[in-house]
Design a protein. Structure first.
Length: 330
């Protein structure tokens, strides 16, 4: 982003301006090229079509480059990183998302350090192979698995967390990599899987929620999937009307996923009586996935022509390290 001198508001920036603002890029001992959307957007406008365009750009350029850095607004960066992680099958090269809290061009911007560190990580090698072979997010001296991140802070430079998985690397005087935490290099050929289903909804529970509010969501025409944000370890109201509303949705073919509203921890359906009924109804557990990973993974799973049983098995599998499998099976 860049600050509009006329209005003071932030707007998308052309990449050519970035070269002028970060002259340090010329000092890298790597060849840098860039591709930009024809019409740059604010990350709040990002959606499935934009994720597909990112995947296509990587696919077209995959054989010609050792790694990729994606500059992205912070507001939906975790959603995009999660979605891309599922869409890039057998990824054997780094794809590193980064951005900034203060726009490049501001005197105190964090964008320079984030970009320089992201490029250095994307260029890192181990025995002639890329060190990182997954979609990651680099921000404020930390490298996280992309589909494990959430944006938790709008004020500090340290804007992202990976609540349920450690950082893959930390950048100080040197960049310290934790290779044992990284995904292993895949063996099959790289390909993109672009099919995503966006007919999904979100039901966030709160004390006092009404039957009418819930049915307004569960009875949405054409709805295929629903991510339900529950309390604690996956708990929900035990009222008869609530259980019946969920049963009606599931019986109509809607996939309902249970994700906790808490930043850390995982869904454990049946641990408390108030979640036992959800398991009996056939609600899927998101385990320790973030909300961002849970909903983009649901889009991914529903986007493929599979039986309900195959989709459930796929959802409970850790596809790109987004899930600690033992917790999802509870």
């Amino acid at each position: 982003m860049i600050e509009d001198p006329r209005t003071g508001s932030l707007r998308p920036m052309e990449f050519s301006h970035l070269i002028d603002m970060v002259p340090e890029l010329a000092r890298f001992n790597v060849d840098l090229d860039w591709v930009a959307f024809e019409n740059p957007i604010d990350s709040s406008d990002a959606g499935i079509h934009d994720w597909q365009k990112m995947a296509e750009i990587i696919e077209v350029n995959y054989s010609g480059y050792d790694g990729f850095v994606i500059l992205h607004g912070t507001d939906t960066m975790s959603f995009s990183a999660s979605a891309l992680s599922f869409m890039l099958h057998n990824l054997a090269k780094p794809v590193v998302f980064t951005g900034s809290q203060l726009p490049v061009g501001r005197l105190r911007t964090d964008g320079k350090d984030n970009l320089i560190t992201a490029i250095e990580i994307a260029a890192a090698r181990n025995n002639e192979h890329p060190l990182l072979t997954e979609v990651a997010l680099c921000f404020e001296s930390n490298l996280y698995r992309g589909n494990r991140t959430i944006k938790f802070n709008t004020e500090d430079f340290d804007a992202f967390l990976s609540p349920n998985y450690p950082a893959l690397a930390t950048a100080g005087v040197h960049i310290s990599y934790k290779r044992e935490l990284m995904l292993k290099r895949p063996e099959g050929p790289f390909r993109i899987m672009k099919s995503l289903e966006n007919r999904v909804g979100v039901l966030k529970l709160f004390p006092g929620i009404t039957e009418a509010s819930i049915k307004a969501i569960t009875r949405t025409k054409g709805l295929c999937g629903l991510v339900m944000e529950t309390y604690g370890s996956g708990n929900a109201p035990s009222a008869k009307w609530f259980i019946e509303a969920l049963k009606e949705a599931i019986d109509s073919g809607i996939i309902v996923v249970n994700v906790t509203q808490c930043s850390m921890g995982f869904v454990e359906q049946g641990r408390y009586e108030t979640s036992t009924a959800l398991r009996q109804l056939g609600v899927w557990s998101a385990g320790d996935m973030t909300f961002e990973a849970a909903i983009t993974k649901l889009m991914f799973v529903l986007g493929h022509d599979l039986s309900k049983e195959e989709r459930e098995l796929l959802y409970y599998s850790s596809l790109r390290g987004e899930l600690t499998t033992f917790s999802a099976l509870v």
